[in-house]
Ligand binder design. Structure first.
Ligand code: ADP
Length: 381
């Protein structure tokens, strides 16, 4: 077998690592200088080994370095010079003239001669990682700023909607009262055309009142402090069904429910969410069928995925997004009553709970609304 000179092999290996390595004796004399450091500093090993490193790099005389080196040499305590705290320990320029950003560890190595320790400096070039980190932090800061601006403009808009709708209610109430008075007191004295016009006015004013009430309700959804707490969604559903008892009985609706989980949420808002979706499932039923509604939930991706499925008239796929926008409806009021606020409120509630809501449907066959909520534990899976 061929004899290998292990000390040469070790040095060759140390010369291959992309980390600057330097072995110092306790009198700061350089014992080893690897080829990575030769490249970075342009100082050849032959020139620096056997000389005092402090003469080459005078900043190492600073107490912050001397004190920590002393601890390495005398007590064998590792010293770390992170880029955030220190100047580069061994200044090495990049080709563009900028300083390399370094992370240096000075590890104690039992001294080959005499007592105490030598210090093995391992110098890593963290320039790229640091600039990536800086960019990442900058991006994060910018994103946070945009988010804050968005939140503040949203809050302003909500405040505006609240004030506008709140203050509009009073003059509207007066307009309705007086047009009704006009209708009652003068209906016999005016001709049929005038009666029709008064009816239009009363009807339009009532519609406006309903819309204003809806805007007010929508703007208030996340305004009052929500109480996010462990909530049994089974109980939430039962309350919603109780609120819709009359409608369910009138339509002889069949409701199938799987056991529902405990979630984190605001109970009142969740009741409203379930109730709006169940109300729609009955309202948009096929005229020739008894409404059948299935409600269930399963754990998915660390959240609970709920569904409410009906066998109603369905929704064409091009409207899947539009229906969640405020006041967007697919039918006239004569066909189906409503103002188009229900799903917008559902979306606001679900998003306020950190979830998402979406729909899948086939016209004529039925619709399924899906939404996600956080579980009682952070991950239900
Ligand atoms: P509204 O019921 O007052 O119109 P929503 O915001 O609750 O307001 O619903 C918006 C529209 O979405 C409805 O007008 C209807 O066209 C459609 N939609 C909602 N739920 C269903 C459903 N379960 N089946 C069919 N269409 C639905």
């Amino acid at each position: 077998m061929k004899n290998i000179n292990t000390s040469n092999v070790s040095i060759e290996i140390l010369d291959c690592v992309p980390v600057g390595l330097c072995l110092l004796r306790k009198d700061f004399v350089v014992l080893f200088w690897n080829s990575c450091l030769e490249t970075w500093t342009k100082i050849p090993r032959t020139e620096i080994v056997g000389t005092n490193i402090n003469d080459r790099f005078p900043h190492l005389h600073l107490p912050k370095y001397q004190l920590r080196f002393k601890k390495v040499f005398q007590q064998g305590v590792t010293a770390i010079f992170s880029p955030q705290l220190h100047e580069p320990l061994i200044p090495c320029l990049l080709p563009n003239g900028k300083q390399r950003i370094q992370h240096t560890t000075v590890n104690p190595v039992p001294a080959f001669e005499g007592e105490g320790f030598y210090g093995l400096l391992a110098i890593e070039d963290v320039t790229n990682a640091t600039s990536m980190l800086t960019m990442y932090h900058k991006e994060l800061k910018e994103r946070k700023q945009i988010q804050e601006e968005l939140e503040s403009s949203n809050a302003e808009l909500e405040q505006f909607a609240y004030i506008a709708s709140h203050d509009l209610r009073e003059p509207l109430r007066i307009a309705i009262t007086f047009s009704q008075l006009l209708q009652q007191s003068y209906s016999k004295q005016l001709d049929a055309e005038a009666d029709k016009i008064i009816n239009f006015i009363v009807d339009a004013a009532r519609r406006m009142q309903a819309l204003i009430t809806d805007i007010l309700e929508y703007s208030q959804v996340n305004k009052n402090k929500q109480r996010f707490e462990p909530t049994d969604s089974q109980e939430v559903l039962e309350t919603s069904l109780l609120n819709l008892k009359l409608l369910l009985e009138e339509t002889e609706a069949i409701v199938k429910v799987e056991t529902l989980p405990k979630v984190i949420g605001d109970k009142l808002q969740l009741v409203q969410l379930f109730q709006n979706l169940l109300d729609n499932a009955i309202k948009y039923r096929n005229s020739n069928q008894i409404p059948e509604i299935e409600i269930g939930a399963k754990a998915e991706n660390g959240k609970w995925l709920f569904w409410i499925k009906d066998n109603g008239i369905g929704i064409p796929s091009q409207y899947f997004e539009r229906i969640f926008k405020i006041f967007q409806r697919l039918h006239s009021r004569e066909e189906y009553p409503g103002t188009g606020i229900g799903l917008a409120i559902c979306q606001k509630i679900v998003r306020g709970h950190g979830g998402e809501i979406w729909v899948e449907s086939e016209p004529g066959k039925g619709t399924t609304f899906f939404f996600t909520l956080r579980g009682k534990e952070s991950s239900p899976n």
